[in-house]
Design a protein around this ligand. Structure first.
Ligand SMILES: NC(=O)c1ccc[n+]([C@@H]2O[C@H](COP(=O)([O-])OP(=O)(O)OC[C@H]3O[C@@H](n4cnc5c(N)ncnc54)[C@H](O)[C@@H]3O)[C@@H](O)[C@H]2O)c1
Length: 263
């Protein structure tokens, strides 16, 4: 029970519709199985309810709140809901993000650019700002933002890439500034994962057959396969646990060695 007694706020705990399990939902289940009590947050409630019900069906504790992290008041509300329900907040795991599909820098849509930055970067900043007072008052805490290999690799998804690159540096600063409060801050930098977000998202955007997409993605990975949401979740458990008590400011790749292709 690596998270026994801990209270975790998981942001982006619903998931994109489609086959299989997403990183947020798998992380919620993995955290609960390791003993954490959960507050689940997301902007879309239907899928969030499904995650909560799956956690409860296994006999674990989970509450939920609808919160759009681009809204500062909503970020304060999700933190308050956590401390009201459980009296503290030990972990904030922020999985919320959306993809982008520009493909060409001359093709950037200003509206989509702003939306991606607003959710993937501003949302992470606002959620962190909201949770820090409670963690500082406790003199302990852990914030994990879910990043992407897109931050450092050459992918034609510019808004997404820029948002995740900025998220890395924001998180490193967060770790530096909050170390004196015993708050650890890290990025879980995921590679090509087989989740509904990735497969359905690209299928809808490009029309490419799902099977072909899976083969194309697997072929890019030195391990020869995409990762699973459960592999993202087990690394998230590690970062949230006391086993990672001296890990802060890390950009942890969970990517089947794909980052070794860079530099
Ligand atoms: N699947 C991959 O190949 C891959 C690769 C690298 C990184 N990632 C990262 O993994 C994370 C998502 O993985 P997933 O499979 O759980 O995706 P998902 O789309 O299934 O889940 C994302 C969740 O974030 C929520 N969300 C979106 N905007 C929000 C907002 N404004 N406020 C609150 N919640 C919001 C959605 O409602 C959803 O519940 C993202 O951070 C993504 O960048 C995924």
């Amino acid at each position: 029970m690596q998270l026994d007694g801990k209270v975790a706020l998981i942001v982006g705990a619903g998931q994109t519709s489609g086959d299989g399990i997403g990183n947020g939902r798998a992380t919620a289940l993995a955290f609960a199985r390791e003993g954490a009590r959960l507050m689940l947050a997301s902007r879309s409630t239907g899928s969030l309810e499904e995650t909560r019900d799956m956690v409860r069906a296994e006999g674990f504790e989970a509450e939920m709140i609808a919160a759009d992290i681009t809204d500062m008041d909503a970020c304060h509300a999700m933190v308050k809901a956590t401390t009201d329900a459980y009296g503290r907040v030990d972990v904030m795991h922020n999985n919320a993000a959306v993809g982008s599909h520009e493909g060409d820098s001359a093709n950037i849509d200003p509206g989509q650019w702003r939306e991606v930055m607003d959710i993937n970067l501003n949302g992470a900043v606002f959620a962190s700002k909201a949770v820090l007072p409670a963690m500082r008052a406790q003199n302990s805490g852990c914030i994990t933002h879910v990043g992407s290999i897109a931050a450092v690799a050459s992918y034609p998804i510019i808004a997404y890439k820029a948002s995740k690159a900025a998220l890395n540096e924001f998180t490193r600063w967060l770790a530096f500034e909050n170390a004196k409060y015993n708050i650890r801050c890290n990025v879980l930098q995921l590679g090509l994962m087989d989740t509904p977000l990735a497969i359905e998202g690209y299928h809808r955007a490009s029309g490419t057959d799902r099977g072909v997409l899976r083969e194309q993605r697997a072929a890019q990975v030195p391990m020869g396969r995409m990762g699973t949401a459960w592999e993202a979740a087990s690394a998230a458990v590690f970062l949230a646990s006391d086993a990672a008590s001296y890990v802060s400011g890390a950009i942890l790749p969970v990517d089947g060695a794909i980052a070794t292709r860079i530099g």
